[in-house]
Design a protein around this ligand. Sequence first.
Ligand SMILES: Nc1ncnc2c1ncn2[C@@H]1O[C@H](COP(=O)(O)OP(=O)(O)O)[C@@H](O)[C@H]1O
Ligand SMILES: [Mg+2]
Length: 202
Amino acid sequence: MLTLLQQNINKDWIPLITGIPKRYQQYSFNNFIERGDKYKEAKLCCKEYFNYKSHKSGLFIGGPPGVGKTHLAVGTIRNLEIITENGIPRKAKAKMIDADEYFNLLYNAINSKQSKDKVIQELYRYNDVLLLDDLGLINMTMAKQENLYLLINYTYMHLSKIIITTNFTLDEFAKYDERISSRLYEMCHIIVLTGEDYRLKQ
Ligand SMILES: Nc1ncnc2c1ncn2[C@@H]1O[C@H](COP(=O)(O)OP(=O)(O)O)[C@@H](O)[C@H]1O
Ligand SMILES: [Mg+2]
């Protein structure tokens, strides 16, 4: 049951963006360097296409470690606008959540006898977009697979917005669970960043 306080919170009362860890707080489009055409295209897709011109509700950003996936994704949620029902744009409310944190959240839901659907609903209740960061396939148990499916299916059914960063390709996801990869193929713009690991250069 909702508390009185929860009932009174509306989307205008909470911060625009939550969950960005300290290390990522400087990430933005302004300091994202376009390393060649692929990067230029990727930034444009995030900045304009996904933002204003898209009928797709997802963004899937793949590539090896250190190529700027999280940087681009954080820039995107900072820049994202939502067109309201009366046609006026407003800044999107976004939540960044590390994939492991999401899995823990659902794991804890079972322990506290909460429904998993309810937890996912709550994630979207105060946010227009979720950024699921660093989704991996290593140590993917059946339980995690099912929890990932629940989120992707909810997002798919409700035309909610999601941004996923991962070191894996959608074809690799398909080997685990075609229900997930098939929905992601349909609902996402797919961006693949390649190149040197920026972290090793610094
Ligand atoms: N195109 C880029 N422009 C500026 N900095 C970048 C770019 N790509 C990566 N970096 C920097 O490299 C580091 C790793 O980037 P990050 O986005 O966290 O990588 P990952 O692809 O692993 O998510 C960060 O310090 C980030 O700011
Ligand atoms: Mg990352």
